[in-house]
Ligand binder design. Structure first.
Ligand code: D9A
Length: 429
């Protein structure tokens, strides 16, 4: 109900939210596919998948049968690795050993780990990790080699950063490559191996890397405070030292100006990856793969727009409204729509641009490049959007058929009446 209330001032979002949650919008966007969870260990994996990420798991579960098991297992393997990396209660030597040998554990159907700190939210995934390895071993060899290779490279990269802080912009790009770029690269190789996407998608590591960097940099920008409180920071010193003497100072009101300029610098930096993301997404030919890739991207551009020059980022957690997220998900099913979303948030960023920021020029020129590339991508979209195969009924999710508008209209009227009566009651003492 709180999500509905938050969208009350945004009628189209409210409409989308109600459509999505109560009138089958969710099922149209993420059509239920044949049950593949037919072994006890796969059902257990599915439980962990749904538990770790409710909305993202819906996108994974809507993938075609050729890819769904491989991507589910890849996701859980990455979760496992992440749980080891995140755990500040682990002995550093043990952590190093676990990270660099994690890829070997995938071939040991007995291996599991009960040494994570009690506060790690995915502690039990590692305790029961044999359900993941058993399903890993049941995957086609062509998928196993990709997952194990990424796991090896990522584990070594994470180990490198156990004692290293992110000093330079190069460190920042390297760290993001290890934890997110490699995810993009691995996924792309899985897409190609499945035959659902062309070989080109899996071979172009640079574009796949950019897909990951754009998401991860957005997370790092948004999570400034949360990470600071946990004693780990990913904002590069080379950038923040231009604006303050201590990263934690940005949280205090007297250093707000520096904090905002730094925040805006990092937003301009993250936007550099957008043109590569356009190229990447324009190559996708399978609808379910397209949705899987595009949904996180549109969430990220919306989040960057929300964070830009927003002092709340320095003081509390900011998040896009649930109604916005649902509207974006529903719309992000064609390249033309995805480009429109990027253009509209880029225009918003352009109009908010702080002309006195040292990085204003950089922001402007990056946005100009985005507008130019968006133009080109749109021509591409006109030719390819209707070629994409196994399209879901997602496009119909927005069709204003009477079967949707009438019940939604009634629901809206009811909701309006409910709020009207509530807000016209005598105020509570
Ligand atoms: C992804 Cl298999 C992620 N990460 C995400 C989610 O999207 C990417 C982790 C594991 C996998 C995939 C993702 C999706 C589609 C294509 C991609 C891709 O590349 C081609 O990765 C690059 O964030 C985590 C990393 C960024 C570190 C890679 C999206 C996701 N969203 C969360 C919301 C949030 O704020 O974290 O997980 C959610 O829906 O719960």
């Amino acid at each position: 109900m709180s999500a509905l209330a938050a969208s009350l001032t945004h009628p189209t979002e409210l409409f989308q939210l109600i459509n999505f949650q109560f009138f089958g919008g969710k099922e149209r966007l993420f059509p239920a596919r044949a049950e593949l969870e037919n072994t006890p260990s796969m059902r257990r994996c599915d439980y962990y998948l749904c538990r770790t990420s409710r909305s993202f798991s819906a996108v994974i579960r809507a993938l075609d049968a050729e890819l769904r098991p491989a991507i589910s297992i890849f996701y859980l393997v990455l979760r496992g690795l992440d749980t080891v990396e995140d755990d500040m209660s682990l002995d550093k030597k043990l952590k190093h050993k676990l990270l660099t040998t994690f890829h070997e554990k995938l071939y040991d159907p007995q291996w599991n780990f009960d040494g994570s700190g009690p506060n790690e939210k995915d502690r039990d995934l590692l305790v029961e990790f044999h359900v993941v390895t058993q399903e890993f071993l049941a995957l086609d060899k062509k998928f196993q080699v990709v997952i194990a290779d990424i796991c090896k490279r990522m584990g070594h990269g994470m180990a490198e950063f156990i004692d290293k802080t992110v000093e330079t912009v190069d460190d920042y790009n390297l760290y993001c490559h290890y934890v997110a770029g490699l995810v993009g690269i691995g996924l792309s190789k899985l897409f190609s191996a499945s035959g659902l996407e062309s070989a080109e998608v899996g071979v172009d590591e640079e574009r796949a890397n950019s897909m990951g960097l754009f998401l991860q940099k957005t997370n790092i920008i948004r999570d400034y405070l949360e990470d600071l409180e946990e004693g780990r920071t990913w904002w590069p010193r080379q950038v923040w030292s231009l604006y303050g003497t201590k990263l934690s100072d940005f949280a205090s009101p007297d250093c707000e100006a520096g904090g905002l300029a730094c925040l805006n610098h990092l937003v301009a930096d993250a936007l550099q990856h957008v043109p590569d993301c356009f190229v990447y997404m324009s190559r996708l030919r399978t609808q379910s793969v397209f949705n899987f890739c595009a949904i996180p991207q549109v969430m990220a551009i919306a989040t960057l727009d929300l964070c830009y020059n927003n002092k709340q980022v320095l003081k509390r957690n900011v998040k896009i409204r649930k109604g916005t997220a649902v509207s974006l998900m529903m719309k992000a099913t064609s390249l033309a729509n995805v480009i429109d979303i990027f253009v509209s948030y880029s225009k918003s960023l352009q109009s908010q641009g702080v002309t006195t920021d040292p990085t204003y020029g950089k922001l402007s020129s990056t946005l100009d490049t985005i507008f130019k590339r968006a133009e080109q991508a749109k021509t591409m979209a006109a030719a390819t959007d209707n070629l994409r195969h196994t399209r879901t009924e997602a496009q119909q999710a927005l069709v204003l058929s009477p079967s949707v508008t009438i019940p939604v209209g009634i629901a809206l009227a009811g909701l309006a009446a409910y709020y009207y009566t509530r807000h016209t009651q005598a105020p509570k003492p």
